[in-house]
Design a protein around this ligand. Sequence first.
Ligand SMILES: Nc1ncnc2c1ncn2[C@@H]1O[C@H](COP(=O)(O)OP(=O)(O)OP(=O)(O)O)[C@@H](O)[C@H]1O
Ligand SMILES: [Mg+2]
Length: 182
Amino acid sequence: MRELSLNVLDIAQNSIAANATCITLWVTESVSQNRLILGIEDNGRGMTEEQLQRVRDPFFTTRTTRRVGMGIPLFRMAAEMAGGSLTIDSTLGKGTVVTAAFLLDHIDRPPLGDMVGTVSALIRLNPQLDFVYRHQTDSGSFEADTRSFREILGEVPLNEPDIVQWIEGYLTENVQALNSQA
Ligand SMILES: Nc1ncnc2c1ncn2[C@@H]1O[C@H](COP(=O)(O)OP(=O)(O)OP(=O)(O)O)[C@@H](O)[C@H]1O
Ligand SMILES: [Mg+2]
């Protein structure tokens, strides 16, 4: 995966598979601290200590009957190759938080890519779930929450084409505004 937004999309699929009803995604980009942090938090089923240990170290188990997932290892590798790291916190029955940190100026840091595209796709494909998107830079922050969109929309589903387009435009405008204030 050459763009980190695609890793985020992939990690969010884990949250959906874990029956989350609300997924929070965030990007913290700080030139002054030379850091890029990406986070995915969900209220899904969470993991047991044993599952968590296996996910943190996919070679922890020698069993070969089941395929080893690659979503988390690939994201971890991307972070570690860019002077950063990946952390997973999970509580059974409560949810999971995955955070990846990168050195912003590291030569091997993949580009962030189209985060608005990732968030819009998640909303469009999972209109029954709630998403929060937080984007922070040195110049300020922006947050969007599908629950406040729903308040305005009433019964209109979030995957209605006009609504999808509006959400995409709204996110694009606000993220651009943040980046142009730098
Ligand atoms: N948010 C989450 N909530 C609960 N369990 C999770 C979560 N994220 C990962 N897991 C557990 O960790 C395993 C490994 O995740 P990973 O994304 O690395 O691989 P995968 O989803 O199994 O396969 P792939 O991503 O390659 O399709 C998952 O199968 C799941 O059991
Ligand atoms: Mg996965």
